[in-house]
Design a protein around this ligand. Sequence first.
Ligand code: GLN
Length: 482
Amino acid sequence: MLYKHTATELSKMLKNKEVTATEIITDIFNRIEETEERLGSFLLLKKESALEKAKIVDEKIANGEELLPLEGIPIALKDNMVSKGDLTSAASKMLANYEGIYDATVVKKLEDAGAIIIGKTNMDEFAMGSTTKTSYVKESKNPWDLERTPGGSSGGSASAVAGGQVPISLGSDTGGSIRQPAAFCGIVGLKPTYGRVSRYGLMAFASSLDQIGPMGKSVEDVAKLLNVIAGYDEMDATSMEVEVPDYTASLDGNIKGMKIGVPKEYFIEGLDENIKKVTEDAIENYRKLGAEIVPISLKNTEFAPATYYILAPAEASSNLARFDGVRYGYRADNYDGIMDMYVKTRSQGFGSEVKKRIMIGTYVLSAGYYDAYYRKAQKVRQLIKNDFDNAFKKVDVILTPATPGTSFKLTDKKTPVELYLEDIFTIPANLAGIPGLVIPAGKVDNLPVGIQLIGKAFDEATLLKAGDAYEKAYTKMEMPKL
Ligand code: GLN
C-alpha cells in the first residue's frame, strides 16, 4: 500500500529506514500492473532501470548517507520530454519509434536529485487537446470514473498520480494542460511562470506559452518538485535568471491578511452551477482562514480563448515544420520526389487535430491575413496581460474556477469549440506568462472539482502558500476506488 503515500511521506519513511527504495519501486510497479489496463496512463515503463536506481539509493541509505528530498522517489514524465535512449513520441505516429538522443534539462535535474523516472505518460498528440483522446496510441481514463476523460493534454500524468501509479509527475501546460487534468482527477498541478522551468528538451508546441510543471497529491509535493526543476538554464534562451527560493519554506498555513482577488469575468454563463458553488465555498473558506477577499475585474478575459487559438496554432505551424520525414521519425513508404515525400509523410504522420492546427496557423500567419489575425491577437494578448498587471497592484493572488465543468464521458461528442472552451479559465495565465495552481476543492457526483489560484510572475511561493493553507484546513486526501 506504499502507493497511497505522497512523495513527502515516502521520503520521510525512507530516511527513517521504515522502507527501502526497492520496496517503493516494487510496490508502485505492482500497482501499475494491477491498474494500467484500466487506466492507460503510460506509453513507456522502465521497471528494470527503476529497480537498478532504487538499489543505488538503498546502498546510500545503508552507508548512512544523507538523502536529497526526492531521492528514491518515483516520478513519471509526459511523453513530450526528451530522455536519452527512451521512447519520446509525443503520442504521435510521426514519432512512434523515436528515441531521445539527449536528456531534457528537467530530466537531468531529476536524475541529479536522485528521483527515479519510472516511465513516460500518455498525452494528446503534441499536447494539442483537452481529453488525451488525440493520442495516436490509446485513450487514458479518469481513475474516478473509467468512462470519463482524465482531461488533457497531460492526461496520463494526471491519471497516473490520481490512480496511485506514481506519487508525482511532470506535465506541460500551453493553455491549461497541467491544470485542467489536475482538476478533473482531483490532484494538485502547477503551471509555473514562463521562464521559470527550462524548456530545453520539451517538444515545442507553442513556444511562447509552453511550460513544464509539477503534478502531485499535495501542495508540498508539488513545491518540492518545483524546487528541483526550477532555475536558469543557458540551453533555453527564454529561461530567466531569477533566484529560486525554497518553495517549501512558505508552507506555514498562515495566510492572514493575504489579499485574494476574485474576478467577476470568471463567473460566466456556461459555468456549471455546482462548480460555481464549490468555488464560492472556497472563497468563503479563504475568508475564514483570514484572507481578505477583493472583487476585481479582468475585463478582456472573454477574448482569451480566441486569442490563444490564433497564437498557439501559429506557433505550432512553425514548430512542427521540422517533422518533414528527413530529420525525425516517420517517413511515408511510397512517394514520387521530395515534395510528394513531404506531403505524404506529414499527411500520414500527423493526426487530424494537429493537421487542423497547422492549417489554421499557416493561414493566420499568411501575408494577407497576418494583420487581421496574428497581429491583432498579439495586441489582445498584451491587453490581457495588462489586466493582470493592474489587478496585482491590489491583490496577492487571484482565485477562479479551474474548469467550466467536471470530467465528461469519453464518448461525449463535443464540438471543437466546446473543447476549446475547456481551457477558458486557464488560458489567460499562459497568455500573460504568469503562474497558475490548481488544487482540489471538493466533489460533485463523486467527480473532483478544482479551484485555480493565479499569481504574479515568479511568485509561485505565494501561490503554493495559499494552496497549502487551504489543503491543510479543508482537504482530505482521497484516492478513487479502482
Ligand atoms: N487544451 C489546450 C489545447 O488544446 C491546451 C493544451 C496544452 O496546454 N498543451 O491547445
